[in-house]
Ligand binder design. Structure first.
Ligand code: ZN
Length: 185
């Protein structure tokens, strides 16, 4: 799949009510690759080089995004971003590879700081909106990467008690062993 143009004029995008969807690979997101690599047990405490990073199996990793522009009746500009990512990191308890799936949505209001009375234009309930400055070449990849980095757990662990489970494996009694004594040939 080809990557769509990812530098957008955010005000124009909102004015035209545009819609953009696509997928990023980890190759587009070097800072995110570094974060995931820092959680890999083989790299912890060691030096990280490019060959080692690319040797980590991230072939199933994917970041899908949808961006919608909106301009409301009073001329306020908005971007709505949805992200669905599936990334491979490492459980910090058992050190096995572990998928982390994120489903995120963000709402931004675009503020043109050069426009007069711009501060009056901020929506009242701004808790629901992050602010993006008007930008004719807003870097969408950097924005998506930032949001995913912030949402990725710093010390991810399996939800089940994986360390205990791996210690006990092998000691589990074979349920058929009990029956053996009853079988007569
Ligand atoms: Zn684990």
């Amino acid at each position: 799949m080809s990557i769509p143009p990812l530098q957008i004029d955010n005000i124009a995008f909102a004015k035209r009510g545009e819609h953009l969807t696509g997928d990023l690979s980890l190759a587009d997101c070097s800072r995110l690759v570094e974060l995931l690599a820092s959680q890999a047990p083989i790299l912890q405490g060691g030096s990280v080089d490019v060959d080692t990073l690319s040797s980590i199996n991230h072939t199933d990793d994917n970041i899908h995004f949808t961006l919608d522009g909106e301009t409301n009746a009073v001329g306020q500009h908005f971007l709505h971003l949805s992200l669905a990512s599936s990334l491979t990191t490492y459980c910090q308890r058992c050190l096995e590879p572990m998928p982390v799936k994120l489903s995120l949505s963000f709402h931004y209001q675009i503020i043109d700081t050069n426009a007069k009375h711009s501060e009056l234009d901020v929506v009242e309930d701004s808790d629901d909106f992050d602010i993006q400055e008007a930008n004719q070449s807003m870097d969408l990849v950097a924005l998506i990467e930032d949001e995913i980095i912030m949402a990725t757990p710093i010390a991810p662990t399996h939800t089940h008690d994986c360390a205990v489970a791996s210690m006990q494996s092998g000691e589990k009694p074979n349920p058929f062993a009990v029956l053996k004594g009853f079988i007569k040939l």
